[in-house]
Design a protein around this ligand. Structure first.
Ligand SMILES: Nc1nc2c(ncn2[C@@H]2O[C@H](COP(=O)(O)OP(=O)(O)OP(=O)(O)O)[C@@H](O)[C@H]2O)c(=O)[nH]1
Ligand SMILES: [Mg+2]
Length: 198
């Protein structure tokens, strides 16, 4: 199902700040530079809705995109980028924590992993923290256009093995070629539909 409308709804820069409105949310998390903003644009069929960093570590706010007036896709600040000072990173943690923990609107999380690098220590730290957030998590490998067919299969298999994930909890995508983005959109729609039905 294609997205009919997508627009920037607002941002949160301070812990405890309210969201732009009370729609259900699906949040996109992952290391800086993993391709969060690019994937959001690819999903929505919009080139420049979410800002793609020429300077990694730039997305420092939580950005909300309103999709079909039904839910928010939420672009979380990337973390773990070496050039961003420890001081700035220390300020992000409370923002992320206050957003993610005890958020009744949050229906699901998408965790992005760079398919070329596999799980890094930073990814593992995030995943451990996300264990405290009680929502379904979908793992999405990014930038698969950089790998050949066997490399892709290896990346998916390694992630599934390391995190002990069922097949339907891992997707492989490219924002560049849009591979995998339809599947991801379907998973999101499914999540929203089943939440609406319950
Ligand atoms: N080849 C390729 N490059 C990609 C893909 N997705 C993103 N990139 C590139 O990776 C870089 C980072 O992309 P962003 O979308 O800004 O990453 P981000 O996770 O939003 O980064 P922060 O906002 O810093 O957390 C950019 O140079 C993108 O062009 C992809 O699917 N394939
Ligand atoms: Mg970004």
């Amino acid at each position: 199902m294609p997205v009919r409308s997508a627009e920037f709804a607002g941002a949160i820069a301070q812990p405890g700040q309210p969201p732009p409105d009370l729609l259900p949310e699906i949040a996109v998390a992952g290391r800086s530079n993993v391709g969060k903003s690019s994937l959001i644009n690819a999903l929505l069929g919009r080139k420049k809705l979410a800002r793609v960093s020429s300077d990694p570590g730039k997305t420092r706010e939580i950005n909300f995109y309103r999709i079909d007036d039904r839910f928010h896709l939420v672009d979380l600040p990337g973390y773990g980028y070496a050039k961003v000072s420890k001081e700035v990173q220390r300020r992000w943690a409370p923002l992320l924590e206050s957003y993610l923990l005890g958020n009744p609107r949050l229906l699901g999380l998408i965790v992005l992993i760079d398919s070329r690098h596999g799980l890094t220590r930073t990814d593992r730290r995030l995943i451990a923290f996300l264990g405290r957030v009680d929502v379904p998590v979908l793992f999405v490998l990014t930038k698969i256009d950089k790998l050949n067919r066997s490399g892709r299969q290896r990346a998916v298999a390694a992630l599934r093995r390391e995190l002990d994930l069922p097949e339907d909890q891992v997707l492989a995508t490219s924002a560049r070629t849009k591979e995998g983005t339809q599947d991801l959109l379907e998973s999101l729609t499914h999540l929203i539909d089943s939440a609406a039905a319950s």
